[in-house]
Design a protein around this ligand. Structure first.
Ligand SMILES: Nc1nc2c([nH]c(=O)n2[C@H]2C[C@H](O)[C@@H](COP(=O)(O)OP(=O)(O)OP(=O)(O)O)O2)c(=O)[nH]1
Length: 135
């Protein structure tokens, strides 16, 4: 099926902020958009909300338990591999004493966000994070 006909895949993404830093990983060689920087996230299960998906994917990928605060951005984007409907949820750690994340996820400062190579769809949300004191 051509990409134009595909229904968007719903994606839940966790933007986890702690001490002015954000949890960022690198997409694996086996994944689409390999080598790009990413926030924890992935495809929503059937009937799972994007917020619940963001929390679940964050736990699976980084080992950290988070709670959502608010949705800060949503966008539909057409990649060559898929059409995606991305929801970005600002999240906080449930236990701020447990901030050690699984590789490849590390805490990156706001300044570092500008230097990282994120997927195209992330452009506006990165801009938003840079513009707002506390998104
Ligand atoms: N996790 C995450 N995914 C992102 C971000 N920005 C962005 O465009 N995406 C896209 C990449 C993927 O198309 C989709 C996330 O799905 P996924 O992480 O389950 O993708 P995947 O590699 O497991 O699956 P696939 O695309 O290989 O089928 O959202 C981001 O910041 N974090």
């Amino acid at each position: 099926m051509s990409n134009e006909m595909k229904l968007p895949k719903r994606i839940g993404i966790a933007i986890v902020e702690h001490d002015g830093k954000y949890l960022i990983g690198v997409r694996q060689a086996t994944q689409t958009l390999a080598g790009k920087a990413e926030f924890p996230g992935g495809k929503c299960l059937p009937e799972e909300s994007a917020a619940d998906c963001a929390v679940r994917e964050c736990q699976e990928e980084t080992g950290l338990d988070v709670r959502v605060q608010k949705m800060i951005y949503e966008i539909e984007h057409r990649y060559s591999h898929d059409v995606v409907a991305l929801q970005f949820w600002l999240c906080e750690l449930i236990d701020t004493d447990k901030a050690d994340s699984l590789a490849p996820f590390v805490w990156r400062s706001r300044e570092e966000l500008t230097e990282l190579d994120f997927p195209d769809a992330n452009g506006p949300v990165i801009q938003l994070l840079l513009e707002t004191e506390s998104a």
